[in-house]
Design a protein. Structure first.
Length: 114
C-alpha cells in the first residue's frame, strides 16, 4: 500500500481542472489508491503516467487526462507530480517534466524538514 503525499504544486495543477470536471478529484484519488507500477506507463525512473477518464467526460481515456506520479519505493510513497487535459496538450516535454519534478522534490524536502 502506498503512502500518498499531495503537495501544493500538484494542488495548483489540479484546481482549474476540477472546476470544469467536478468528478475528476475522485478519479485522481481512486487512481492513486489503486496505483500499480505494472499497469502505469513508465516515463523515466520512478516517474509513471496514468490515464484518467472522469465520467463527466464522454470521450474516453484517449482524450481525457494524464496524471504523472513519482513512486518512491524506499519510503513506499506516491507523490502526484502534475496533471493535464489531453485536449489541451498532446504530451509533456522532458523539460516540462523536469521543471515539475524539481518543484515537487523541493516541496517534498521542505515538508520533511518541518
Amino acid at each position: 500500500m502506498w503512502d500518498i503525499i499531495i503537495l501544493p504544486h500538484f494542488k495548483r495543477c489540479l484546481k482549474p481542472l476540477v472546476k470544469k470536471h467536478r468528478d475528476l478529484f475522485d478519479q485522481v484519488v481512486l487512481s492513486l489508491k489503486e496505483f500499480d507500477e505494472g499497469i502505469a506507463t513508465k516515463i523515466i525512473e520512478k516517474v509513471y503516467k496514468i490515464r484518467i477518464s472522469p465520467k463527466s467526460l464522454k470521450k474516453g481515456k484517449s482524450r481525457a487526462f494524464r496524471l504523472y506520479v513519482l513512486a518512491l519505493e524506499v519510503n513506499n510513497q506516491l507523490v502526484p507530480v502534475t496533471i493535464y487535459a489531453k485536449s489541451d496538450k498532446q504530451n509533456l516535454s522532458k523539460r516540462e517534466l523536469d521543471m515539475h519534478l524539481e518543484i515537487i522534490l523541493t516541496e517534498l524536502t521542505s515538508s520533511k524538514d518541518t
